[in-house]
Design a protein around this ligand. Sequence first.
Ligand code: SF4
Length: 125
Amino acid sequence: MLIEKKDKILANFKCQNSGNCCKAGGYVYVTADNIEKMAKILHTSPIDFRQTYTKKDNGWDIIASPNFNTNCLLDENNKCKVYEARPLACRTYPNWPSIWQSDQTLLEESKSCPGLKQAISKVIN
Ligand code: SF4
């Protein structure tokens, strides 16, 4: 089973900057600390950052969701404009429980993530 090789696959994972995970329409939640750091990178204030880039969803601050800001904070080259201060979910990708539920969920995710596809191929070949 592929998912039993999770540690090796993750060790071989290298982001290929496709930007697909950022554009997948998932929820990207942010903390006040994230907002402060992202605002600093964009040379704006946390208040302006909130007004421009965030929305409340069930009481949480988000910067992207299936119906909001679907390209999140990617620039025209698919690079995250706030990479150094990106939120936890972005930092931990692709180590998300939903991806590692089964070989099928892992392979499905790898269709849109060239970095994950490459890491799997390195480990199985
Ligand atoms: S904050 Fe950056 S890394 Fe995270 S989803 Fe948005 S664009 Fe992608």
